[in-house]
Design a binder for this molecule. Structure first.
Ligand code: NDP
Ligand code: X2W
Length: 332
């Protein structure tokens, strides 16, 4: 299969290239960026010198469509919409890493992102891309709304417990992310001097991922309510989420539920005797989860690499499912 990566010069694009050059059934036919068109990809990422030296192309959708079966879109929110529409009409499969196709409820998307969705009719062909939970939908979709990084770390451990009615629907998620979560372009909030040697929450009670998490968890338990507080960690990559809720079930019952739900799911690792940490998942597609309980209070700890399980790794996992390949092809 031939794939193209639109917005390839950003962090998720770079990770996609590194994964897809190892994929036995994939050829990367184009990588794009308007700012770097004409340059060699390895000039931007010298780590790939003599490994992936393809010339970067401009975002000419007609040319890209003519040489691709699958398109990964690594563009900011709103910028993806027109591209997805174009490639969908041409019969291509789109895996969109932005938030533009993550919501089935258009008004919730529009309220959260404060933009109008131009193509609500495409949502009928779209699946939310957590392969461990929505395999059937993903396999028949034409467009994958690849999840946000924080939502991935929170939804995977809580969805089964909510669905089985084992925990309270009121969830508080306290998450910390490395700075690559904010993309390659530094801002006033993310440049080195602002982040280094500091640690703080941001977007308290107003982060856009709260509605994404809530909308998916409501599929498991319609009464679920989420409070989500993100923090910026002075590290490059990785997310740790500490999630609090109540449960009158034993720790063993809760573990049994997760172990049963994810028993054949390679990338979900349930720790019973260790505490997950970012270092254990960096550069991998794993999500590591552990549970702790005192009286009625349940604490769930989960860790992912925001750029792999939280973005590009999960995107390739979704592609593998769509192509009926082994889910873990090219991924560790
Ligand atoms: N970083 C992360 O951990 C995660 C990111 N995501 C999402 O994935 C997407 C990509 O993120 P990331 O790689 O971090 O972003 P980056 O900012 O690192 O890269 C963005 C890419 O998109 C291009 N681009 C930016 N604006 C436009 C535009 N208006 N039109 C066309 N191209 C544009 C840039 O091209 P140029 O070379 O021209 O600058 C660059 O190639 C985003 O939607 C992000 O929210 C999802 C999960 C996790
Ligand atoms: C550290 C940091 O800034 N993180 C980003 C989330 C990145 C991500 O996964 O999300 P999207 O694909 O929804 O952008 C943020 O808080 O906006």
């Amino acid at each position: 299969m031939k794939v193209s990566i639109i917005g390839s010069t950003g962090y998720t694009g770079f990770e996609l290239v590194k994964i897809l050059i190892k994929h036995p059934h994939i050829e990367i036919s184009a990588v794009t960026s308007d700012s770097y068109a004409g340059k060699n990809f390895s000039e931007i990422y010298p780590q790939l010198t003599n490994i992936f030296d393809k010339t970067i192309e401009p975002n000419n959708f007609e040319q890209i469509a003519s040489k691709s079966d699958i398109i990964f879109l690594c563009l900011p929110h709103a910028a993806s919409m027109d591209a997805v529409k174009y490639f969908f009409v041409k019969g291509k499969i789109c895996i969109d890493l932005s938030a533009d196709f993550r919501y089935q409820d258009i008004s919730l998307y529009e309220k959260t992102y404060k933009i109008n969705h131009k193509y609500p009719e495409l949502l009928d062909f779209t699946a939310y891309g957590i392969p461990e939970l929505f395999e059937k939908n993903i396999k028949s979709a034409k467009i994958i709304g690849n999840p946000g990084c924080y939502p991935t770390s929170i939804i995977i451990p809580t969805y089964p417990l909510l669905k089985e009615g084992l925990i309270s629907p009121e969830i508080i998620a306290d998450s910390k992310s490395g700075v690559s979560g904010a993309g390659k372009k530094p801002t006033e909030k993310t440049h080195f001097c602002e982040v280094n040697e500091d640690f703080k929450p941001y977007s308290i009670l107003s982060h856009r991922h709260e509605s994404e998490i809530s909308s998916i968890l409501k599929l498991a338990d319609k009464n679920s309510k989420v409070i989500f507080t993100p923090h910026l960690l002075p590290i490059n990559r990785g997310i740790e989420s500490t999630i609090y809720t109540k449960s009158d079930k034993s720790l063993e019952q809760l573990y049994d539920c997760l172990k049963e739900y994810y028993k054949n799911k390679k990338f979900v690792r349930i720790y019973e005797n260790s505490i997950p940490s970012i270092k254990n998942v960096q550069y991998t597609n794993f999500i590591d989860i552990a549970l702790f309980k005192r009286r009625e209070t349940l604490i769930i700890v989960s860790c992912i690499d925001n750029l792999i399980k939280g973005a590009s790794g999960q995107a390739v996992q979704n592609m593998n499912l769509l192509l009926n390949l082994k889910e873990s092809t090219a991924l560790i």
